[in-house]
Design a protein around this ligand. Structure first.
Ligand code: ATP
Length: 771
């Protein structure tokens, strides 16, 4: 059992904005102290500095973080311990950068991709392969979502479309996740594909308000089950890599009710994490409130149970963020007081156990039968035993000589047992040799398969390069093909979508020409172009080597060569084989980097689509006003007016500064009319008039041309008497519901403007690519 406290590291963010806080790092033998200059930090004990296992200063690289912080945990997981690494800190302090990394540069990839690579590299040369599974989930507003689900028909456009994950507890109180997809992976590429898919779902689900800062917690888990060659036991362990939500208390950009709601839940969930840490760090507390939130429920084992856990506190040193930085440091000091008891998770393989027991029974049966037959025999002296050994040795080593021992059953038995021993030894040697031959055969097989695969990849890359050379635009199409392979359902959903109409296309062109909008896309496109150019160079080198290898082999087959010529040719051949292998390794590296960039390109496209939709909505704001009619007699039963033209009753016309709204079909009850913009802010009106469009209604005529010039907030507007109930009564609750109703409303208008179709993000991204 490993009994140890949670190791707590700190990473100081590079390039924190604004004026920076002064600090010192004091290195002691086993830990480091972070001291803020000229500032009195309460409580006084922290004035000595905040103690961390290690402090990564601003210029620490991603590989260094992996080597120092993550690798020891990953190695423990490979050994059979459970492991957790979690990042805690305020928004923008570098949690996601450390855990996931940047999609722009392969060298800046974070702990998750590096861990995947490390795990698969570790098992490459080990004959007994492990079974590895992967899951990826997000917790947002206390609800768990499966980021790797393929259950939905089309690609998810909002987080709510992803399947929900639930925590269940077994009799022992251990938490289990229901409805979370767990995928088996056999190669690093499979695992990376799942990671990209989960990250893409994370990007898709971003709301316009949290584009650059995450308000959710993400947990990426790797499960490993493994049996080593010489062990009858199975070891199974899991590794949680956790990117927590921003830890700040209040969101400064409190732009709508939605954000406040999110902030409340995030604070709640981190608040409960803090409560759990507090309870665990105080030895007197018997109750730890794990069950209060989904996050603490899932991380129960990581925080106090069977797990080797490491925390990274990410710190921004801007003066304006200093209070948050201090609270992160205090939290880290609490976490460092917690200890966990990790054990290797090992179970006996039942099949092997049964086999061993059977053999044991057989042995005992044999012994029993022997003891019955020879129970009266004498015990052999050491001299007699030595004689027997000599006889047996010469019997084995000569063809004809028989064993010459006294006619004594005990001696005969002893000789047989010596022969049996020798036989077993030879059998073992034979088995080892057979296994070796088998292994070599399978190595040859997989090398052949690898060679065929690599050749196919080279051909594929060459095709791509040729296509790009013919048509530069096809680069985007190529990347799209690769991205779509992440999940074929993207392709399906794309095919089902309508095309943009020319107005949207034009708006999109305007939008894309704005400074800064296409920067990310251009970055990825040019990075991909560079990688493909490099790939072409290596493909040519490999092709050249192949050609030379064939040429040299043909020459070697020629029997007229002298020994010296042959030796020289073999040298050349070996050099070409070395270059060929080097080229393949470089190609593999480029392929990894290209996959990385392609995933980044896809995510950048989705971001642009989000931005474009928001921009389009803002641009069309005058047409996007929401109208409410509220019954005066029962104000809580508010209603949203559908946008159909009434064909009976009377029609109040409301004029705002942008346009005239004539959307209401009213009958008799008094109502108040309210108008809101898409952010649910009241819109001022400048004029109201009511008129009848029903010639049969005598009553309504009296309202014809009633108008007011009062220019004031609609809340204060006089209500209209004798106006009737409204159809299709629903009260919108959230801005998302209002937006979706508005989209429906826009499509209802199609009798007036059939050319306008609703805007589909995936189709937009196609258009963006070609602009
Ligand atoms: N050490 C660093 N070096 C270079 N860039 C960094 C570093 N740390 C963070 N960044 C950059 O700062 C920005 C914000 O970082 P990141 O998204 O990782 O913050 P976060 O703590 O995860 O925020 P949130 O809580 O909102 O998810 C990103 O653009 C990231 O690339």
């Amino acid at each position: 059992m490993v009994h140890q406290s949670i190791k707590v590291y700190a990473r100081i963010r590079r390039g924190s904005p604004g004026k920076l806080e002064q600090y010192n790092i004091i290195t002691k033998k086993e830990y480091e102290n972070l001291i803020f200059s000229n500032i009195y930090v309460s409580p006084a004990t922290f004035n000595q500095g905040f103690r961390f296992h290690k402090i990564f200063d601003k210029n620490t690289s991603q590989p260094e973080i992996f080597e120092t912080l993550a690798k020891p945990v990953i190695c423990s997981v490979i050994e059979g311990f459970n492991g957790t690494i979690f990042a805690y800190g305020q928004t923008g302090s570098g949690k996601t950068f450390t855990i996931n990394g940047s999609s722009k540069e392969y060298s800046q990839r974070g702990i998750i991709p590096r861990s995947i690579q490390y795990i698969f590299d570790h098992y490459t040369n080990i004959p007994e392969k492990p079974t590895i599974y992967i899951s990826y989930m997000e917790i947002y507003n206390e609800i768990g979502y499966d980021l790797l689900s393929t259950k939905q028909q089309n690609v998810a456009k909002t987080l709510e479309e992803l399947p929900r994950v639930f925590v269940m507890e077994d009799k022992k109180g251990d938490a289990h996740l229901r409805n979370l997809s767990v995928y088996p992976v056999t190669t690093e590429e499979d695992a990376m594909r799942l990671l990209f898919m989960g990250d893409t779902n994370r990007t898709i689900a971003e709301t316009p308000y949290n584009e650059y800062s995450s308000r959710s917690h993400c947990i990426f888990t790797v499960y490993i089950t493994h049996r080593s060659n010489d062990s009858k036991n199975l070891r199974s362990s899991k590794l949680h890599l956790v990117d927590l939500a921003g830890s700040e208390r209040d969101y400064k950009n409190n732009c709508s009710g939605v954000v406040v709601h999110e902030a409340k839940f995030i604070n709640l969930s981190l608040y409960f994490l803090q409560q759990v840490i507090l309870a665990l760090s105080e030895s007197k507390r018997s109750h730890v409130p794990y069950r209060n939130s989904m996050l603490t429920h899932i991380l129960k084992d990581s925080l106090n149970g069977n797990c080797i856990t490491t925390m990274l506190a990410t710190l921004s040193l801007s003066k304006e963020n200093f209070q948050e930085t201090l609270s992160t440091c205090r939290f880290a000091q609490r976490v460092a007081l917690i200890t966990t008891n990790a054990v290797i998770n090992e179970i006996t393989d039942p099949e092997q156990e049964i086999g061993i027991l059977r053999m044991r029974i057989q042995e005992l049966e044999t012994q029993l039968s022997k003891s019955i037959t020879f129970s009266n025999t004498t015990i052999l002296s050491s001299q007699q035993k030595e004689n027997c050994q000599l006889e047996v040795n010469s019997f084995i080593n000569s063809d004809k000589k028989p064993i010459a021992v006294e006619p004594d059953m005990t001696q005969i038995q002893f000789c047989f047992s010596l022969l049996k021993k020798e036989l077993d030894k030879k059998r073992n040697e034979l088995t080892i040799m057979e296994n070796l031959v088998k292994k070599k055969k399978s190595e040859i097989g997989s090398l052949n398969a690898e060679m065929i695969k690599k050749n196919a990849e080279i051909d594929k890359l060459k095709n791509v390069i040729d296509r790009i050379a013919d048509n530069p635009v096809s680069l985007c199409a190529t990347s799209q093909i690769c991205i779509n392979s992440v999940d074929s359902s993207y392709q399906k959903s794309k095919d089902e979508l309508p095309l943009l109409n020319w107005q949207d296309q034009k708006s999109l062109e305007d939008f894309m020409s704005k400074p800064g909008i296409s920067d990310d896309l251009n970055f990825y496109k040019s990075a991909l172009q560079n990688k493909l150019k490099l790939a072409k160079i290596y493909a040519d080198t490999i092709e050249e080597c192949k050609r030379k290898i064939t040429f040299i082999r043909n020459k070697l087959d020629n029997k007229n060569k002298t020994e010296e010529e042959k030796q020289n040719l073999i040298k050349d051949l070996e050099e070409q084989q070395r270059l060929y292998k080097k080229g393949l390794v470089e190609m593999k590296q480029i392929q990894n980097e290209t996959n990385h960039l392609e995933a980044g390109l896809k995510q950048a496209e989705i971001r642009v689509v989000h931005k474009f939709q928001n921009w389009l909505e803002d641009k069309n704001l005058p047409n996007q006003i929401y109208s409410y009619l509220e019954e005066k007699t029962s104000p809580h039963n508010s209603v949203l007016k559908p946008a159909e033209k009434p064909n009976y009753g009377i029609v109040p016309t409301v004029v705002t500064k942008e346009k005239e709204h004539q959307n209401y079909a009213l009958k008799s009850k008094p109502v108040v009319v309210r108008l809101y913009d898409r952010k649910m802010q009241p819109v001022k009106i400048s004029k109201v008039s009511i008129q009848s469009n029903d010639n049969l209604s005598q009553n309504s005529k009296s309202f014809t041309n009633v108008s007011t010039d009062k220019s004031k907030n609609i809340d204060d507007l006089d209500y209209f008497e004798s106006i009737s109930s409204i159809k299709n009564v629903t009260k919108p609750n959230t801005i998302q519901e209002i937006i979706s109703q508005r989209v429906e409303k826009a499509s209802c208008k199609s009798d007036g403007d059939s050319s306008r179709e609703s805007i589909q993000p995936s189709k937009l991204s196609d258009t963006i690519k070609f602009l």
